[in-house]
Design a protein around this ligand. Structure first.
Ligand code: NAD
Length: 249
């Protein structure tokens, strides 16, 4: 049976874990050829795993070209790799600011820049960036992370404008607190992880964490021609947190 992404090729950065792994799996299930670009190897036998550091331009270029050569095309770029940071502006050094902005923002620029020549040849070109509700929520103790995701939101809109007439759509997803190894690591660092998880669930408007698969569902919509009239915008996958003007403190 024909599938929605048959014949299309995608790259997913940070696709070895969490949200990125779910996106890669859903794209494969929908018929796409998928290359995962990550610092660590993907355990999925269904994807092409390419080691790449989005903080290193040469490594990104090499991996993007390798993916395009392997598939003979490149249609979809999912810029998902990202790292966290906690604290107020007094808690992070200049070096930490430079590093997180470099990975979370410039990393997306590097990947998209390397992919643009291939995307221009596609009739179904789409870039989807993993942003966060942190972009607009005013989260306490997340100044650096929020600034990085605010930049991702602005970058998404600016790129959508720049590449509109080339037929390349650019959108982002804004997950709320999602149940991934990232959040698992944060919970594991607490005194009582199980109690912290229950409390975290209770703080979500719909009483539970967002699943990585739910975020992937929104990404697949934005990557598919079904969203052909949608560019420069974001979809919140947050259980209603933004709508209710809540913050995941
Ligand atoms: P995760 O830690 O489970 O996975 C992140 C992946 O990115 C890992 O496989 C890691 O190796 C890879 N990665 C990190 N730095 C990289 C680099 N320099 N180059 C290449 N790959 C790199 O995290 P996750 O929760 O799945 O988060 C994925 C994205 O979702 C991030 O951009 C994050 O900011 C965003 N996000 C997460 C949540 C959440 O609650 N989990 C909420 C909103 C947004």
């Amino acid at each position: 049976m024909a599938q929605e992404f048959d014949g299309l090729a995608a790259i997913v950065t940070g696709g070895a874990s969490g949200i990125g792994a779910a996106i890669a799996a859903e794209l494969v299930a929908a018929g796409a050829s998928v290359a995962v670009l990550d610092l660590t190897e993907s355990v999925s036998p269904d994807v092409t795993s390419l080691r790449a550091d989005v903080g290193d331009d040469a490594s990104v270029r090499e991996a993007v070209v390798a993916a395009a050569e392997r598939f003979g095309r490149l249609d979809i770029v999912v810029n998902n790799a990202g790292i966290g940071a906690q604290g107020t502006i007094e808690d992070n050094t200049d070096a930490e600011w430079a590093r997180v902005l470099d990975i979370n923002v410039v990393g997306m620029v590097r990947v998209a820049r390397a992919a643009l020549p291939f995307l221009r040849q596609s009739r179904a070109a789409a870039i989807v960036n993993t942003c966060s509700i942190a972009a607009t929520a005013g989260l306490p103790q997340r100044a650096l992370y929020s600034a990085s995701k605010g930049a991702v939101l602005a970058l998404t809109q600016a790129m959508a404008a720049d590449h509109l007439h080339e037929g390349i759509r650019v959108n982002c997803v804004n997950p709320g607190t999602a149940d991934t190894p990232w959040v698992g690591r944060l919970l594991a660092s607490q005194v009582d992880p199980a109690a912290e998880r229950r409390a975290l669930n209770a703080r979500q408007p719909h009483g539970r964490l967002v699943s990585a698969q739910e975020v992937a569902g929104a990404v697949l919509y934005l990557a598919s021609p079904r969203s052909g009239s949608t560019t420069g915008t974001s979809i919140a996958v947050d259980g209603g947190m933004q709508a209710l003007r809540l913050r995941p403190v």
